[in-house]
Design a protein around this ligand. Structure first.
Ligand code: ATP
Length: 455
């Protein structure tokens, strides 16, 4: 089967209402996208799958939902003000601006000119002003990662929950980066969402936990439908590590534009908690921690075994929801030859990720008896809590099946004249992947669907 192309995905996403260019009617805004009726469901399902695996299924992780607006001092002491930048090169001919590592053979990627400036650092954080007065004291940032609030709230969470090491804090939320060259659809954008876990461990146990989280996350991605042969682990060489990291590996995925980072798993050691801590001299910290005269807190935890206070190390699995959307769509997109001269597009999403779980379809449009039965079935199925159940009223059963194949709806339920005439009442249930249809009694539908979706 041919690999999925980006053009196929972009077309499907627009046609079926997954993803739209932001401000489309004004020509769009580069690196910013809006999620349509099905995109919002897919994102919600991915968030839920991550939250469930991180928070609900474990006993050692708490959740957090912190603000996007970030006090400047947080990003000063985290090192982002000084170091969160990409080297950037300007083309003197076409005035384009590009990341230096995106320039190939010394030529402008836009016009091919070799008249380029030397690379200069470009800070990626979005600045804004809080309050009515525009002065430097009111400067704030839109967070470039969700992680920092987990560090600054560390003490509050520990005090509120009496957690002991090892334990983690998980968060999902928007992050903003003024990427120089947003590209490849939703892969590199300026406004995106991160799902980040900061897992705090004793210094010395960090390497063991780093390996643990690498394996844990690969297993999670497989549960979302990604196949092993499309994933690759890249270990960052020491000289390329981010300013805070002791070690880092990326789970890469074979996106339509190539094998690229899907999720990073970093060992951030005691860098962040240490740098946000006052009176650091009392702790035995790594060399990269700088004096902090502004913080009012010691971000430490009691080590019962050794009867002292320590600043933990932290392992951070961090993924972008948009890249997760792109990866699961890439993997699920399938064009099938039906053997009769026809073909179909089918999105073979895992059922827990499918935006619509069940479509209830009337055989005849606007027929009162059939429509009433459809409404009744839909209302009953909603009570199961399986997710979105859609009601169709198009009257063209073949078209409805095709449309639901394209958006990955696992089951279609058709209500026909037999449903009304026969006793007991029954409907046709069609499976997306096998296209097999079977008759199921209406009274048995809740159990049938419960088994199908919740087991
Ligand atoms: P890249 O090297 O691709 O720029 P990064 O190493 O800077 O990514 P991290 O800071 O490790 O990324 O962020 C963690 C995760 O957040 C990434 O693995 C990715 O899934 C997501 N992410 C980061 N930047 C973007 C972006 N501009 N658009 C969409 N997702 C992003």
């Amino acid at each position: 089967m041919a690999a999925t192309s980006m053009d196929q995905l972009v077309a499907l996403c627009k046609r079926r209402g997954f993803i739209f260019q932001n401000a489309d009617i004004y020509g769009g805004m580069q690196g910013v996208y809006d999620y349509g009726p099905l995109g919002v469901e897919l994102k919600n399902n991915l968030r839920q799958a991550w939250w469930r695996a991180m928070v609900y299924e474990r006993d050692d992780i708490e959740g957090l939902d912190a603000a996007i607006l970030t006090n400047r001092k947080v990003l000063k002491y985290s090192g982002h003000e000084d170091t969160f930048s990409d080297p950037m090169t300007d083309c003197r001919k076409c005035k384009g601006r590009f990341r230096a590592d995106h320039i190939k053979d010394g030529k402008c990627p836009n016009c091919g000119s070799t008249d380029l400036t030397e690379p200069r650092p470009f800070n990626l954080m979005f600045k804004t002003m809080t309050g009515p007065v525009e002065n430097p004291e009111n400067l704030a940032y839109l967070r470039p990662e969700t992680a920092q609030a987990i560090f600054t709230q560390f003490k509050n969470v520990v005090d509120a929950t009496s957690r002991k090491l090892p334990f983690g804090i998980a968060q999902i939320g928007k992050s903003f980066r003024n990427e120089i060259t947003p590209r490849n659809f939703i892969f590199r954008v300026r406004e995106f969402e991160q799902a980040e876990l900061e897992f705090f461990v004793k210094p010395g146990e960090d390497e063991k936990w780093h390996e643990y989280w690498k394996q844990n996350r690969i297993a999670w991605w497989k549960e979302q439908g990604l196949s092993e042969e499309n994933m690759h682990i890249y270990t960052t060489p020491q000289e390329d590590l981010a300013h805070y990291a002791k070690a880092c590996c990326d789970i890469e995925y074979r996106f339509p534009h190539g094998m690229e980072e899907l999720e990073g798993i970093a060992n951030r050691r005691d860098y962040d908690l240490g740098n946000h801590t006052k009176g650091q001299e009392e702790f035995s910290l790594e060399a990269h921690v700088h004096a902090n005269p502004d913080s009012t807190q010691k971000l430490c935890i009691r080590d019962e075994e050794n009867n002292n206070w320590i600043v933990p190390f932290v392992i951070e699995p961090s993924m972008g929801i948009e890249r997760a959307v792109l990866a699961v769509l890439t993997e699920a997109y399938t064009e099938e030859d039906l053997g009769d001269g026809n073909s179909r597009i089918v999105l073979k999403l895992k059922k827990h990720l499918a935006p619509i779980k069940v479509a209830v379809i009337p055989l005849k449009k606007n027929h009162d008896g059939i429509m009433n039965k459809c409404h009744e079935i839909k209302q009953n199925l909603l009570k199961l809590g399986i997710g979105r159940v859609a009601l169709e009223n198009t009257g063209n059963i073949g078209k409805a099946y095709r449309r639901h194949d394209e958006v990955g709806t696992p089951l279609c339920i058709t209500v026909d004249f037999e449903t009304l005439e026969n006793s007991p009442e029954s409907v046709t249930v069609r499976d997306r992947d096998t296209m097999e249809q079977k008759r199921v009694n209406v009274a048995d539908l809740p159990n049938f669907l419960r088994d199908y979706f919740l087991s």
